[in-house]
Design a protein around this ligand. Structure first.
Ligand SMILES: [Zn+2]
Length: 379
């Protein structure tokens, strides 16, 4: 049964940004007779939705368990030895886009949920399927903003961690800085102001003073590890004989986790206090280098995740570690839920050609999941 479900999930080319409604329709069909299903549509695009499947009684006292998976995958890209959206079995592994990240876990959550009879569950077992995790935990943010749904407190986000529980990871801040200049004929460059020169001076200063940002600690720094900065894209200029009046940098900063859970207003975006301090440093650098000739915008933000006390999930899943990438745990944990990231397969094969998941990882994960469901939903 697992194989059939995974093959079906992989066959949907649910690349982020495309509609996930065909996949949601398939999932609704699987559970229509045995569970309560709720769809939460993305307010900005009704072609995408989060899906909640509740087996057992609906309660609002936090008892029960959530198994969370994102339904989107990254594009297939080149270099595959097999058709990426068709499940292939070889060498005790399943190959296909999303097998590790993270339809392999989603298929397991479905199989395990269907193996429990709703009437035997004392507490709810909720399967949560989110959209657009890969482009910045967009679906999880919708739930954080206003789901109106009362979730069981314990949540497993089934990203491929090789079955090692993850209780902390960095956040990701993306900013776009537009440098302003003044257009002029390059034969009369003294009449212009070169925006590319502003941008390159800024990049040099930023990299010369990187430790000012990368070594910055949060106020509660019990799990401190460094922030990391990447200038990822640059664009500017129109022609070699024109002084450019615009240059745009896109910068990504991975934010270190801390126990701090509050978010504060930074020009209309709610971000964690460490992120605010980093943004202020960037603003000061910009002012020193080019006065007021710049515009800084936050283009995307996923907060860091840290769960110091994973409680019963820690007891069952074992001792935990931390990772650098972001997951839906960033937003789900800020809803007051007890979140652990844990799932079969390896992140090292995700986002690449010939992505796979080993059969051995799936069977170990199945055994553990059944144990967790029994503890949290049957007793
Ligand atoms: Zn993932």
């Amino acid at each position: 049964m697992y194989r059939e479900i995974l093959a079906k999930l992989v066959s949907f080319e649910s690349v982020s940004c495309t509609s996930n409604l065909p996949l949601i329709k398939y999932l609704k069909g699987l559970f229509s007779d045995v569970a309560k299903v709720d769809c939460i549509y993305f307010p900005e695009d009704e072609n995408k939705a989060n899906l909640l499947v509740t087996l057992g009684p609906c309660r609002d006292d936090g008892k029960g368990l959530v198994l969370a998976s994102h339904l989107d995958v990254v594009p297939a890209g080149d270099g595959w030895d097999f058709p990426p959206f068709q499940l292939v079995e070889r060498d005790n592994k399943f190959f296909g886009r999303g097998t590790a990240d993270m339809k392999g876990f989603a298929a397991l959550a479905i199989e395990v949920a269907l193996s429990f009879k709703s009437k035997n569950l004392v507490n709810p077992l909720v399967l949560l399927f989110t959209h657009d995790e890969e482009i910045g935990a967009v679906g999880a943010k919708v739930l954080y903003d206003n789901s109106g749904f009362s979730f069981p407190k314990n949540v497993i986000v089934g990203e491929p961690t090789k079955l090692i529980p993850v209780t902390a990871h960095k956040g990701h801040l993306r900013v776009k800085i537009t440098f302003l200049g003044k257009r002029a004929h390059s034969a009369y460059k003294h009449l212009g102001e070169n925006a590319i020169v502003h941008a390159s001076r800024f990049v040099t200063t930023l990299y010369d003073n990187l430790e000012a940002i990368e070594n910055l600690c949060s106020d509660s720094d019990s799990i401190y590890y460094n922030n990391s900065v990447n200038v990822g894209m640059i664009s500017g200029g129109e022609a070699v004989n024109i002084v450019p009046d615009r240059c745009v940098l896109d910068i990504g900063i991975r934010i270190s986790p801390s126990e701090e859970t509050s978010l504060v207003d930074f020009k209309g975006e709610f971000v964690d206090p460490l992120t605010v301090r980093i943004l202020r440093i960037l603003e000061r650098m910009l002012e020193e280098i080019c006065g007021d000739r710049w515009i800084l915008e936050i283009t995307s933000y996923v907060p860091p995740f840290y769960n110091a006390r994973p409680g019963i999930l820690g007891d069952v899943l074992g001792s935990s570690t931390y990772v650098n990438y972001t997951t839906d745990a960033s937003w789900l944990s800020r809803m007051g839920l007890n979140v652990v990231v844990w799932g079969p397969g390896s992140i090292e094969v995700a986002h690449k050609a010939n992505e796979f998941i080993e059969f051995s990882q799936i069977s170990k994960a199945r055994e553990k999941l059944i144990q967790v469901v029994k503890i949290l939903c049957e007793e």
